[in-house]
Write a protein that binds this ligand. Structure first.
Ligand code: XIL
Length: 367
């Protein structure tokens, strides 16, 4: 009886997965865009370990690239001064190989999600040793195994100046260049990227361009820049994004959209940001679509994705990858950030892996 139930559940789920638009097979993002750019997703531990049977079939059909959502961050991969935990990262690499999915390592140097032993570290020599050991060890282990690295994540303020962090404080303003120098030596076969949010905004973009020029002037390799793309469906800065693709391309590097999601919920603050340390308190008013998304908002989301992918296609020679920050709406970090317990709808697939109108619009651009 029990076996029967599970089998029929799986049959229903797989039927739902592959039947779309009156029984047609669901189109594939990676196949539709194979001549344009890679299509990536963030992956969590359950997906990497293939513990979810639906995700196991679904992900390799839709995506040609993947970024670990958390498991390569320092707090997980390097939990103690001399202690590394490579288990999940090794599994991720094996997963990429098995399914021909290009892995982008995320991330070697970032001020957030640092291991507990780094909290409050005062001694500059210790920070320098951590920084050197961490990059040398992690980047060397995965050389030839990951396609690329987000070498440094989020080093800039909104005005384009260098963010105050344990790295800028203790290592000085050249730490970004030094991180790339170390990564280049330890991982010579991987592409090396700088990644940030809001770096399509003019002031932050100018700081980002200066930072990249500084790395290049030092004779150190940088292959690309990642624009995270945590935007709101109602407020996509298309003009800034287009200018950014053009301006960054002039530096001779690739441009990527690395963490794309379009939130539809009200913002607790004035400006848009994606600082993982920002938090706000829950209220029902801030969670208006707990019981479903109104058609008008769905239409806005669809139009947002359509406009963006039109732009990405216009610049397909410059844009090398577009990665969504999660597979389906139920797994998005935006259900928990910056307010816990909300229901957001930022991706192309709904909570049951069903394609949303935004998916159809993105696929239609390639028909
Ligand atoms: C987020 C993850 O999605 C969450 O699961 C985690 O709790 C916090 O970090 N910018 C980044 C990503 O570069 O690493 C962040 O990921 C989202 C913002």
């Amino acid at each position: 009886m029990r076996t029967y139930k599970i089998t029929s559940l799986l049959t229903i789920t797989s039927f739902a997965l592959f039947s779309h638009s009156y029984g047609q097979k669901m189109a594939s993002l990676k196949d539709s865009y194979k001549n344009d750019f890679l299509i990536g997703t963030a992956l969590n531990a359950t997906q990497i370990e293939e513990k979810d049977p639906v995700a196991k079939v679904f992900i390799p059909k839709q995506f040609s690239a993947a970024t670990p959502e958390n498991i390569m961050k320092a707090e997980i991969i390097h939990p103690g001064w001399d202690k590394y935990n490579f288990d999940l990262a090794d599994k991720l690499v094996a997963y990429g190989k098995k399914y021909n999915i290009k892995i982008n390592g995320h991330t070697l140097v970032w001020h957030s999600q640092l291991p507990a032993f780094m909290h409050g570290m005062q001694n500059a020599d210790s920070v320098k040793q951590y920084f050197t050991n961490h990059i040398n060890t992690v980047a060397a282990r995965y050389n030839g195994k990951v396609f690329s690295w987000d070498v440094v994540n989020e080093a800039l303020n909104e005005d384009g100046t260098l963010r105050k962090s344990i790295f800028s404080d203790k290592l000085g303003p050249d730490f970004v260049t030094e991180a790339f120098r170390l990564a280049q030596a330890a991982s010579p076969d991987a592409e090396l990227y700088y990644n940030d949010y809001n770096n399509e905004q003019p002031a932050k973009r100018a700081g980002c361009i200066a930072l990249i020029k500084k790395i290049q002037a030092a004779g150190v390799r940088i292959d690309g820049v990642g624009i995270q793309g945590h935007w709101r469906a109602s407020n996509i800065p298309l003009k800034d994004i287009e200018e950014s693709i053009v301006e960054y391309s002039k530096l001779g590097i690739k441009v990527m959209f690395t963490e794309l999601d379009l939130g539809v919920l009200p913002n607790p603050w004035d400006g848009d940001a994606a600082d993982v340390n920002m938090k706000a308190t829950y209220s029902a008013k801030m969670n208006p679509y707990a019981n479903g998304l109104p058609d008008s908002v769905q239409a806005k989301l669809t139009k947002g994705y359509e406009d963006l992918f039109k732009l990405f296609l216009k610049y397909k020679t410059n844009v090398s990858r577009v990665t969504f920050w999660g597979v389906n709406d139920g797994q998005s970090w935006l259900n928990g950030w910056p307010i816990k317990g909300r229901t957001n709808y930022p991706l192309l697939f709904d909570r049951n892996y069903q394609p949303k109108p935004a998916f159809d619009a993105v696929i239609a651009l390639k028909k």
